[in-house]
Write a protein that binds this ligand. Structure first.
Ligand code: ADP
Ligand code: ADP
Length: 232
């Protein structure tokens, strides 16, 4: 079973002489309950792939499926609803709302959607990420590692079909990165979460079940059970 799939997707930025083909007919599936790392040099299309899969950006051609829904068939309003309900996204720069507490940040997507978090599930996610004592703090009162744990907890709270993370450890030191990656790994093993993570870091990719390598907008290599020494 697949949580998401790209079928021949291309993304072209601009037009004419200055057009950039950021993705070139990429087809790939993301199996449910697995952790996929996306690697490749700067400019190879990793962020574009993530943004197109997550419905943050529209493809130029091809199909993006989240579960049994194809995104290009959705208008902007329906796409926004689908993103809220079925997709979690974690950015490199944490992207927390500075005026809200950790608890309010975690619950924000559900608050926007007008639904209440399932108490038991919220407490389990918050507990898993060691955030119980930090819930009343605002982002400026939290360390970078704590802020990113809040961001990952927020992404998990709606029990999304899939979570996309764009270099989630890019602003963290190695110890804090290892801690965050351990939490992400456990959310796959214990909650059955599906995660797709862009990373430059072979050590981070070692936490995944599978690594895809992009170059010039194409998937050029795939590796099962990546470990840091094999990825390097
Ligand atoms: P990566 O994440 O692997 O560094 P990106 O997906 O950010 O790669 O970029 C892929 C290519 O698309 C690069 O050549 C980049 O300059 C180009 N690109 C990305 N976003 C835009 C944009 N909004 N407008 C124009 N070109 C873009
Ligand atoms: P990342 O470090 O995740 O690869 P980038 O630094 O490539 O991200 O891009 C950051 C933002 O700038 C993205 O929203 C991307 O779409 C945009 N971008 C990247 N390259 C270009 C470009 N050549 N022209 C315009 N926007 C770009």
């Amino acid at each position: 079973e697949e949580a998401a799939r790209a079928v021949g997707i291309s993304k072209v930025y601009g037009s004419g002489d200055t057009a950039v083909r950021a993705l070139d007919e990429v087809s790939v599936g993301f199996p449910s309950g697995r952790f996929t790392a996306v690697m490749g040099p700067s400019g190879s299309g990793k962020s574009t792939l993530l943004h197109c899969m997550a419905g943050l950006d529209r493809v130029t051609s091809g199909e993006v499926w989240i579960g049994d829904t194809e995104l290009s068939g959705l208008n902007d309003r329906r796409l926004t609803l689908l993103r809220r309900e079925r997709i979690g996204f974690v950015f490199q720069a944490f992207n927390l709302v500075p005026t809200l507490t950790a608890a309010e940040n975690v619950e924000l997507p559900l608050a926007i959607a007008g639904t209440r978090p399932e108490r038991g599930w919220r407490d389990r996610v918050v507990g898993e990420f060691g955030l119980a004592k930090r819930l009343g703090h605002r982002p400026t009162e939290l360390s970078g590692g704590e802020q990113q744990r809040v961001a990952v907890a927020r992404a998990l709270l709606s029990r999304p079909t899939i979570v996309f993370a764009d270099e989630p450890t890019g602003n963290l030191d190695s110890r804090t990165s290892a801690e965050l990656l351990g939490f992400m790994r456990r959310s796959v093993d214990e909650f059955g979460q599906t995660i797709v993570m862009v990373t430059h870091d072979p050590t981070a990719a070692g936490y995944a079940d599978r690594a895809l390598f992009l170059a010039d907008g194409r998937i050029v290599h795939e590796m099962a059970d990546p470990t840091a020494d094999r990825v390097l």
